[in-house]
Ligand binder design. Sequence first.
Ligand code: SF4
Length: 347
Amino acid sequence: MPMPELAPAPQAPHGAPLLQVDDLAVHFPITRGVFVQRQVAAIKAVDGVSFHVRRGETLGLVGESGCGKSTTGLAVLGLSPVTRGRIAFDGQPLADMDKADVHRFRRRAQMVYQDPYGSLNPRMRVADIVGEPLRIHGCTGGRDAYRKRVAELLELVGLLPQMAERYPHEFSGGQRQRIGIARAIALNPDLIVCDESVSALDVSIQAQVVNLFMDLQRELGLTYIFIAHDLAVVRHISNRIAVMYLGRIVEVADRDALYDDPQHPYTVALLSAIPVADPAVEATRARVKLTGEVPSALRPPSGCRFHPRCPHAMPVCQQEDPPLQPVAGSDRLVACHLRHLPTAGHA
Ligand code: SF4
């Protein structure tokens, strides 16, 4: 089914980062032992990730399932233990926050989950779901103000105020996701992590919800980290895109630069997998087929983690881990020896 028309793409904002992440690692220990548990290994879900998100910007975070993008999203919201690294929100490191700071941070940073069915309590009325953050944070302001705010939130996400008395099962998938979004914006947050927030929806509904996210960004000045495996959706909403592979970011670039001229072989492969609507163009397009499975994060490959699947792998790729660094003459960051070795050419 063709995707309905999407709203105009956003302009890239400038200015100080709202979120700064440096060398983030999230390792999940594997332990053994009956009486005394000892760590025997670790799943390196995220392993040295650095990026920033400017206020009002949308950073797309893409990659295959299991690459660590959702764990990264949870970590920046303080919802996952962090093994190493620094996360700073509005200049303040999360690790230095006291109880009051954490309470304020929870108001300012929210999440919209993937599953519009599983993330809403089926026994709660929509008014109670949307108003739950207001009650938790003591922001109800009295019965009338609370009702008015819930009605306002429903209208903001394109639902009718009279729907407040209904239960989640009375809504379609797209409407349920709108309820989840209303809940996420209830406390006027600055940052929203959208974790595969449109992935479970039909394509036609996906476009409507993407448009809603973009409208809300314009109206409320929101900043998004938009996590998805679907590059077509990320393209429209994002200002910049970071591509993740096996716990690492392998390429970061402005949206158009990344789609017009992908530099990392993994980005090239991901983009070549997106079908093109024009059958004539589609028939002549070169596809890059990745062989093999994504390796285990328990034992990532030596050197470049992508080398067992990379069509351009060189001997150095098995031994040296390419750092994420700027490509000469651009704002783009790429982790690939092809881009940084003096004698190497472009793929
Ligand atoms: Fe491929 Fe080597 Fe670049 Fe890794 S460093 S993406 S294996 S060419």
